[in-house]
Design a protein around this ligand. Structure first.
Ligand SMILES: [Zn+2]
Length: 99
């Protein structure tokens, strides 16, 4: 969740951050925030929630791809079965960009 917030923060202008932190200070307990207020805040700050969510999803997908990469030592045989060392084989193949 914190990571998600970090991603969202990158998209914000200083003014938007200011407004958000003022809002956060007003409600120390997140449970006190009602939907109406939250919606108003989003309109006030001009947040593009859809764009931010898209970006967050993309980032998560990228991280997933990164973690999926097999962990092979550079001098071990490559997992693809080429009988070549990993460093001379698939390590040099970039992950395809699906976007
Ligand atoms: Zn290979």
């Amino acid at each position: 969740m914190l990571k998600m917030l970090d991603i969202l923060m990158e998209d914000l202008t200083p003014e938007q951050l200011q407004k958000l932190s003022t809002f956060a200070m007003k409600y120390k307990d997140p449970k006190e925030i009602n939907l109406q207020e939250a919606k108003k805040l989003i309109v006030d700050t001009g947040l593009d929630i859809e764009k931010m969510q898209k970006r967050a999803r993309k980032k998560r997908a990228e991280e997933f791809e990164k973690n999926r990469k097999p962990k092979v030592g550079a001098n071990e045989l490559c997992l693809c079965g080429s009988q070549k060392k990993y460093k001379k084989c698939c390590r040099n193949i970039p992950i395809p960009n699906k976007s």
